[in-house]
Ligand binder design. Sequence first.
Ligand code: PLP
Length: 379
Amino acid sequence: MKFETKAIWVGQAADLTTGATIVPIYQTSTFAQEEVNKNKGYEYSRVGNPTRTALDSCLASLEEGNYGLSFSSGLAAEHSVLSLLRPGDHVIVPEDMYGGTYRLIKEILEPLNINFTFTDFTDLNAVRNAFLPSTKLIWIETPTNPLLKIFDIEAISKLCLERSTLVVVDNTFATPYFQKPLLLGADIVVHSTTKYINGHSDVIGGAVIMNNKELFDKIHLIQKSVGAVPSPFDSWLTLRGVKTLAVRMRQHEANSFQVARFLEKQPNVLKVFYPGLKTHQGYEIAEKQMTGFGGIVSFQIRGGLAECNIFFKKLKIFQLAESLGGVESLANYSALMTHGAFPPELRQKIGVSENLIRLSVGIEHIDDLLSDLENALNR
Ligand SMILES: Cc1ncc(COP(=O)(O)O)c(C=O)c1O
C-alpha cells in the first residue's frame, strides 16, 4: 500500500459493530470485562483505547515501523524515550535542537545524573570522539529547529550500530512523508504530532515509533506508568489530520520553495535557510535522505529585534506565534520564543541570532503569501 492510502486506511477499517467508516471516538475511561482477566483487548484508557490504537497503527505504518505509541505531547513522547536511561548513562545530542528538548535535558534529566554531551553533528569525527563507554543513546533532530541543519542519519546510525547505541530521530520537521529514519538505520522515531502530522493547529500530541518489540514493551510500560496519553478526541482529531498529510506536505514544500527563492532576492534579507536551496549547508545529505525538503524557511533580516518586530507587525497573513506545521502560515522569533531556554552564548554559537526569523509556510495561495512578505519587508 502506498503512503497516501495507508494514511487513510491503516488502523481505520469500517467499525465492526456499526459499519461507521470513520473510527469512532471511544470516549470512555474503562471497559466492561467478561470475567477477571478476560476482556476484548482493552481494560482502562490510560493503558489503551481503541481510537488511540487506530492512530498508533497508522503512524507506525507511515514510518515503516512495527509499533507506534501516541502521547499527550511531543515532549511527553521524548520524556518517555529518555526515561529508558539510568543514572550514569551518557547521551550525545546536537548543539542545535528544539529549545523544549534542551530544557528537558537541562532541567529534568541532568539533575538525575544522566550525562549529555552537546556536539556538532555535521562533523562525524566530532560525534565519533564524543562516545564514552557509558554512551547509551544518540538523539538527533533533522532538519533542525530553526536553522534547518541536516544530519546524516545513515552515517550516524552506522557509528552507533558498531557500539550498540540507540539512535533516536525527532522527525517532526520532515514527517514520514519526506523522511523515514527507521529505514536509514535509526531505532526510534519521535514526533510532535502537534505539528504537520495533525496539521491543523488544534491538538497538542506526540508519538514514538520503533521496530523492536522489547523497546516497545519498555516504552509502553513507561507510558502506562506515567500516564502521558492523548485523549480519545485528540487521537481522533490527529487521525483526521494525518489522512491529508501527503497533500499538505506537497503544498507546504511547493510554497516554501517559492518563499525561499523570493526571500533570497530581497534587499532587507541577509541570508536564507532552506534545505532545498543548493547553497544550504546540508543540501546534499538532504537530497540523499529526504524525498522533499519540508515547509520551514528561516532567514536573517537586515537589522535586529526592532526590525524583526516591525516585520511581524506589518504581516497580515503570517501570524506571529509559537509552533509550526499547520495549514496556516506562522512567523516565529526563535531567539526569544522557541529557543528562550537556551543560554545566549549557546544561541549565538549555533546561529540563533537576534535577526533570525523562522517561517512555517502554510498552504494558502502563494501569491497572497509573497505579497504579505513583500509588504512586511518593505521599509
Ligand atoms: C522539533 C520539535 N520536537 C518536539 C517538539 C515538542 O512538541 P510538543 O510541543 O508537542 O510537546 C517541538 C515543538 O515545537 C518541536 O519543534
